[in-house]
Design a protein around this ligand. Structure first.
Ligand code: FPP
Length: 256
């Protein structure tokens, strides 16, 4: 195996994780870029650049494992309130990485999607995003979703408005509104619920991310700053997930 790291990783993964045990949908709140940079005496913006590398490593590690859906919180509705230079650095970083990663995504059979108030993104980001989404749409491996200009309350508000309009126009009957109908009006209508939610950097909060979709997710918080998150850390999170008993409101006895 020496000199053949890709094969080594694959074999280790197969031994470690049984496909049935893997979370189908992993969502990550990538936090700590700024603090990581500051701890190293660097500008916060360097933290985002290092964060982009961690994105690549994590996405490819998830793809190697066969994770079906990976959703990354890349920019929240609240992040628009950051200093202008930081917002524009993040936007340029997105454009650069989308351009750069297209070939690797294709090679790794990764399909890109995006959720959020995408119309608020700068034209360049929106166009680049659209292009990569279009060019990867036939890929059948991991479905990578970037949450951009995303806020769960905004998403839910939008779903309520859309359902309300349908009720008004007699397309939906009020009595027929159920959880499936609500799901169908969220940005994530094409995704299953989140199984495992990871947050890096030691912060223990949800920050307006996928509030509806994480109803029964297992939560995993780690002190590791996002730029230092990698395949090893992903495996640790999945191992912790596999040990949990997911009861969905039932008792242990009912599960066995
Ligand atoms: C949180 O760190 C991170 C973000 C607000 C942005 C996430 C962006 C990236 C990982 C880089 C580019 C993304 C892609 C998809 C290529 P923070 O700045 O809030 O850190 P802090 O809490 O330490 O200040």
């Amino acid at each position: 195996m020496v000199g053949c790291p890709a094969v080594e990783i694959k074999i280790m993964s197969l031994q470690e994780f049984n496909n049935d045990q893997l979370p189908q949908h992993i969502a990550i709140i990538m936090d700590g870029n700024g603090r990581w940079a500051q701890q190293q005496g660097k500008n916060r913006l360097r933290g985002h650049e290092a964060g982009a590398k961690a994105v690549r490593n994590t996405v490819e590690a998830a793809a190697r494992l066969g994770v079906r859906h990976l959703t990354l919180y890349a920019f929240s509705t609240e992040n628009w309130n950051r200093p202008k230079t930081e917002v524009s650095t993040l936007m340029s970083l997105l454009v650069r990485n989308l351009r750069r990663e297209l070939r690797r995504m294709t090679k790794n059979n990764i399909r890109l999607s995006a959720i959020g108030s995408l119309h608020k993104l700068p034209k360049k980001v929106y166009e680049e995003l659209e292009e990569v989404i279009e060019k990867t749409k036939s890929n059948t491996g991991t479905n990578l979703t970037l949450a951009l200009s995303y806020g769960a309350r905004e998403e839910i508000k939008q779903a309520v408005i859309d359902i309300g309009k349908k009720v008004k126009n007699n397309i939906i009957n009020v009595e027929s509104i159920d959880q499936t109908i609500i799901n169908e009006h969220l940005y994530t209508q094409h995704l299953p619920d989140v199984d495992l939610l990871i947050r890096t950097s030691g912060e223990v909060r949800i920050s307006n991310f996928l509030l509806w979709q994480i109803a029964y997710a297992e939560l995993y918080f780690t002190d590791v700053m996002w730029p230092e998150f990698d395949e090893h850390e992903l495996h640790k999170a999945i191992k912790s997930y596999i040990k949990r008993e997911r009861r969905f409101g039932k008792t242990s006895e009912q599960l066995t």
